[in-house]
Ligand binder design. Structure first.
Ligand code: HAM
Length: 454
């Protein structure tokens, strides 16, 4: 049997439904915040990631999928979305009078990591970027949008950890302090960190091998090296977050694993024992990246969230989602004549907006009833040649088991009158419980939603 590559997943069944729902909420929230969808290629020239993310980062040195195409060009499957968005911003000359450019993306990324639950080699990230604003209003908007999105999805217990890496002067001073601190301990460091100390000392701080050692815990913190301007900027971001009622913790250890960051950096985790202790999202400001990749000076900030982790969390936390788990109607038939009516009626109903299915494998009528139950069909339409000759069909409410004969042409109106209206989804009115299911919430009166048990 040929199996899927390690660290990759097939998406189907209920997970696929949850995923599509998450996509829907993302699109809906992004529309309200006025971010435009952007799609960039899944592979780009390797140079983009070397120059963008940084030659000495773990992502570039250990995790990229690199290959030569048939024209001998060195390519890399994208390990993240920001570098591609910046490349596109420059190449398509999106700069000019229209700044800031606010975009979001949602697609697969590739990192050759050691797979485990929530750590995939093919992962999906949703991300948003504001290019062309240095004002702390953009930092707070990105962070608040991420925070609100998780809450709207029903992930309530989240911890937002924030830090500042300051401007270049602050980081230069900090780098020097780190080298002075680690040099006397060089023999205690892993081989990678021995190299990092000269090339890129900040990267020592995200070493996965050494991070539990005491020398790491006592290392100098960037926050103590911020100059006056950087400190003031960070305070402003925090002031705006307070205004937007976004709760945060300052974590001076956050440096992030990509080289392009300055000033604000942040990570979001789920604060619940049922969930993996992994970040569901992270981001920060990258004021030099656009210039570094050949564009004009364009201060920018962004965020990305791993959707594999979001979907896992929604399942682990048992969040009630407004996913339609039933079918509006199933059409049963036995002979060829009835089958043609079934096909025609199914098409009419689907075009009118109902979910509808019918029989495809020649099952007996009894087996079709069982199949309709498995599909959780609310109504059954049972076709029979005698009824059809009279222009009628039998319709059965599969919950109450009540049956009646109605006109063939009346089925659409009948279902319209008898089915709950749950078409369309507007997150502004969404409290986590679908309207016709408020009695089904599993809570004992303590859920964060407004279900009928409160
Ligand atoms: P990142 O922290 O590398 O940042 O990734 C963002 C999120 O992607 C993580 O918080 C995590 O949820 C998810 N993620 C990362 N690696 C994996 C994996 N192997 N399996 C599953 N999920 C994963 C970035 O990628 C930046 N581009 C974020 C950004 C946007 N900064 C500015 N703009």
């Amino acid at each position: 049997m040929i199996t899927k590559p390690k660290g990759c997943n097939d998406l189907y069944g209920i997970d696929a439904k949850i995923w599509k729902y998450v996509d829907l909420v993302i699109d809906s929230v992004m529309e309200k915040y006025n971010y435009n969808y952007i799609r960039t290629p899944i592979f780009e020239s390797s140079e983009l990631y070397h120059r963008g993310i940084g030659d000495s980062t773990d992502i570039v040195t250990k995790e990229t999928y690199d290959f030569k195409d048939r024209g001998d060009r060195q390519m890399t499957l994208r390990p993240e979305g920001t570098a591609g968005v910046v490349r596109s911003f420059i190449e398509n000359k999106m700069y000019g009078d229209n700044l800031p450019v606010k975009v979001y993306y949602n697609g697969t990324m590739y990192r050759y990591e050691r797979p485990q639950a929530g750590r995939e080699r093919e992962l999906t990230q949703f991300g948003m970027e504001i290019l062309g604003s240095d004002d702390p209003i953009s930092d707070s908007e990105i962070i608040a949008a991420a925070y609100n999105l998780y809450k709207i999805l029903g992930i309530q217990d989240i911890t937002l950890e924030i830090n500042s890496l300051g401007d270049k002067e602050s980081r230069d001073n900090y780098r020097k302090a780190l080298v002075d601190y680690f040099k006397p301990h060089i023999s205690e460091l892993c081989d990678d960190c021995k190299e990092r100390i000269n090339k890129n000392p900040l990267r020592i701080l995200d070493c996965k091998l050494d991070c539990e050692k005491d020398i790491f815990k006592n290392a100098p913190k960037i926050i103590d090296y911020l100059n006056e301007d950087s400190k003031k900027r960070f305070d402003k971001v925090l002031e705006y977050l307070d205004l937007l009622e976004v709760e945060y913790e300052i974590n001076p250890s956050i440096v992030r694993g990509l080289d392009y960051y300055d000033h604000t950096v942040f990570e979001i985790k789920i604060d619940n024992d049922k969930c993996l202790n992994l970040a569901i999202g992270g981001g920060g400001r990258y004021n030099s990246l656009v210039h570094q990749l050949g564009g004009p000076d364009t201060p920018s900030i962004g965020f990305a969230s791993g959707l594999d982790r979001v979907v896992l969390a929604l399942k682990d936390l048992d969040v009630y989602l407004p996913i339609k788990k039933y079918l509006d109607c199933f059409i049963l038939y036995v002979n060829e004549e009835e089958k043609k009516h079934a096909m025609f009626l199914a098409q009419q109903l689907r075009i009118s907006g109902f979910t509808c299915d019918t029989e495809y494998t020649g099952r007996s009528l009894k087996a079709q009833f069982r199949h309709a139950d498995r599909l959780k069909s609310k109504f059954l339409i049972i076709l029979n040649s005698d009824d059809l000759n009279n222009g009628e069909v039998k319709i059965k409410n599969n919950e109450t088991k009540e049956e009646e004969l109605i006109g063939f042409d009346y089925v659409v109106f009948y279902l319209d009158e008898h089915l709950p209206d749950d078409s369309g989804f507007d997150y502004r009115n969404y409290d986590g419980i679908p309207y016709d299911n408020k009695n089904e919430c599993n809570c004992e009166g303590h859920c964060s939603h407004n279900c009928n048990k409160h």
